[in-house]
Each structure stands twice: as structure tokens, then as C-alpha cells.
Design a protein around this ligand. Structure first.
Ligand code: PMV
Length: 318
């Protein structure tokens, strides 16, 4: 069965676009291919429950993405009808477009009997992400392909990986540490990743020193977060998340709904919470040891959709 991962960014969104490191974890089964039939016609896809139905003749980014998919995936020249099921909401900062891209590449690869390694899949999915996103860092397509707890740096990781780090690509390693359950709240506010990335780009063009100073703080948060995860120190992890959120708010990436979700998390005694993904809407991630269900209920009572992602093994969730 063909699947791909959604993702939760713990540290480093936006900074990742400027070659700073980022840490994210895969949500397994983000998008699953339910039925894939080879055809002699164009590529057609249906994605439930996103209400997305498209083919290569369709308008906009999805139509263009499918044309590119057709061009890029090697093997027998066949089209496909693919029915996919998404277990993550679109536009929620959980890497929905990368999860779709990876599931499509893997599905068409099977139809065409192309022998695609995970490395090939992430490279092809990145090309699709460029159609959907503009200038993606590559973080989303890496996590969507490989899953697990991934440390990513677009320009390449600076040092050779430690013995317990698994090298995934030149840009990413998988880390073996246990993760606490993550509580994800959805603002329900739609926004475009490309627009949010462009908004940060304007700030960076206007005052690069200010934005790079803020990204240096993000780097420090990530380093503290890694140490806290290594030590199993969830209060330390929460404090680092809170500090990363302060930077994101300074970059004008927060919004009233994000602030409400974070305020409720703090009120319920969560260790920490921040927006995850591009911001301006989308999702919030919180670490609230022992209080996950209480936080879920509080967020839902306030009118927000929410979910808990629990991890059984390092980098795997149920
Ligand atoms: O909101 P999402 O799931 O599209 O994540 C975007 C993450 C950014 O760092 C803002 C952009 C990127 O390409 O890394």
C-alpha cells in the first residue's frame, strides 16, 4: 500500500528557507493511495476528504503539478486514476501538499514499474512542491518521504552525523529519540504557505540583520530542544517551543486564533506551544505531559478542531 507522511515542525519553520536547521516529525499515513489503476489517458486524481478531483487538463497549480508528475516519473508511459485518502487537513501547516506529492510520485512510480528509491521519491516530490509552494526548503518533502524525527538543513548538514543518527539525504538525518505525545490544534484559518514565505522574504529584504538575528534565536531554540529531547526533559522542550513562538510572533506570523490556542494551552499547564508550519493560521503544536486529553477538550470546547499524535517508537506514531 502506498502512503506518505504529514509532518509537524517543532523548530525552524521559515528559518529553514534561509539554510537554518529545522526539526520536524512525520505523521504516518498522512496521505494513503486507496486504489490506483493504470490507464492510457491522462493522470486523474481524487482525494478524500479534501473534495479534490483533478486531472492534467485542470486549472491552477494542481493541473500544472500533474503535468510535471507525468513528465518526471520514468518507466512505462502510462497514465493513472488514483483515489487517495488524506488523514491530515489541507492548509493546516501539517505538510499536506508534500504528503500528496510523495503519494502521487510513489503511485505513478508503481504504475510505470519505475524502480524509485526514497531518495528519488523525495527529489521528484520536491519538484512538485516547487509548483505548489514556490520556493520550498525541502523540509516537507523530506519528512513526507522518510518519516520519523528529522533534522534538516537545506544547504547541507554541517558535520558528519553522530553514530546514532541515520543519514537520509545530504540535507537530513533521522534522530532516534522518543517524542512525547503532541497535541495539535487547528485554527481553521486558511492561508497560503507561498504568501507567508513571501511575507518573511519582504522583511528579510528590508532588514536582513534583524531577521537573521531572529533566526539565530531559532537556532538556539532548536539546539535547546534537541538537548531536551535527548534528556527526556519535557519542560525544557516546552520552554524552547515557547521561545521559538516568540520569534515567529515577531515575524508577524501569528494571528488571534493561534494566540488563543496557545493561551489556552498555557492556562492548562502545557509545557509549551507554538504555531507549526507557515503560520498566519494553520496549526499549533503543544507539549502537555499528562494533560493531552484535557487540552484537546479545552481546544474543542473553544471551537477548534484538535488531535493528539502519540509516538510508540522513536519516530513512529499511532
Ligand atoms: O505550512 P506548511 O506545512 O506548508 O510548512 C511550511 C514550512 C516553511 O518553513 C514555512 C516553508 C518551507 O518550505 O520550509
Amino acid at each position: 500500500m502506498t502512503t506518505s507522511c504529514g509532518k509537524v515542525i517543532l523548530f525552524g519553520e521559515h528559518a529553514a528557507v534561509y539554510d537554518h536547521p529545522a526539526l520536524a516529525v512525520g505523521i504516518p499515513d498522512g496521505v494513503r493511495a486507496e486504489r490506483v489503476e493504470p490507464t492510457d489517458g491522462p493522470i486523474r486524481i481524487r482525494v478524500r476528504p479534501w473534495d479534490l478531483e483533478a486531472d492534467e487538463t485542470g486549472p491552477g497549480a494542481v493541473g500544472r503539478g500533474l503535468i510535471l508528475l507525468d513528465e518526471l516519473v520514468p518507466g512505462e508511459r502510462r497514465g493513472m486514476q488514483a483515489d487517495l485518502v488524506a488523514n491530515i487537513p489541507p492548509g493546516a501547516g501539517l505538510g499536506s501538499s508534500a504528503a500528496l506529492s510523495v503519494a502521487l510520485v510513489r503511485s505513478l512510480g508503481r504504475v510505470r514499474r519505475a524502480d524509485l528509491s526514497d531518495w528519488d521519491v523525495h527529489r521528484l516530490a520536491h519538484a512538485l512542491e516547487e509548483v505548489f509552494h514556490g520556493q520550498p526548503s525541502g523540509l516537507d518533502d523530506t519528512v513526507a518521504t522518510f518519516g520519523g524525527l528529522c533534522l534538516f538543513k537545506r544547504g547541507g548538514l554541517d558535520h558528519s552525523p553522530e553514530p546514532d543518527h541515520q543519514r537520509l539525504t545530504d540535507q537530513a538525518v533521522r534522530l532516534p529519540w522518543r517524542l512525547p505525545p503532541l497535541v495539535i490544534g487547528h485554527t481553521g484559518v486558511p492561508r497560503s504557505t507561498a504568501d507567508m514565505v513571501a511575507a518573511v522574504r519582504r522583511q528579510h529584504d528590508t532588514d536582513p540583520a534583524r531577521v537573521e538575528d531572529l533566526f539565530a534565536t531559532v537556532d538556539a531554540c532548536l539546539a535547546d530542544g534537541l538537548q531536551a529531547l535527548r534528556d527526556g526533559d519535557l519542560d525544557g522542550l516546552g520552554a524552547a517551543l515557547n521561545r521559538n513562538q516568540e520569534v515567529l510572533a515577531e515575524l508577524e506570523l501569528s494571528c488571534p486564533e493561534i494566540d488563543s490556542l496557545i493561551g489556552l494551552a498555557a492556562h492548562l499547564g502545557a509545557s509549551g506551544a507554538k504555531l507549526t508550519g507557515a503560520g498566519g493560521g494553520g496549526g499549533v503544536v503543544a507539549v502537555a505531559p499528562g494533560r493531552e486529553d484535557a487540552l484537546l477538550e479545552a481546544w474543542r470546547a473553544a471551537g477548534f478542531a484538535a488531535q493528539v499524535v502519540r509516538f510508540d517508537l522513536p519516530g513512529e506514531s499511532r
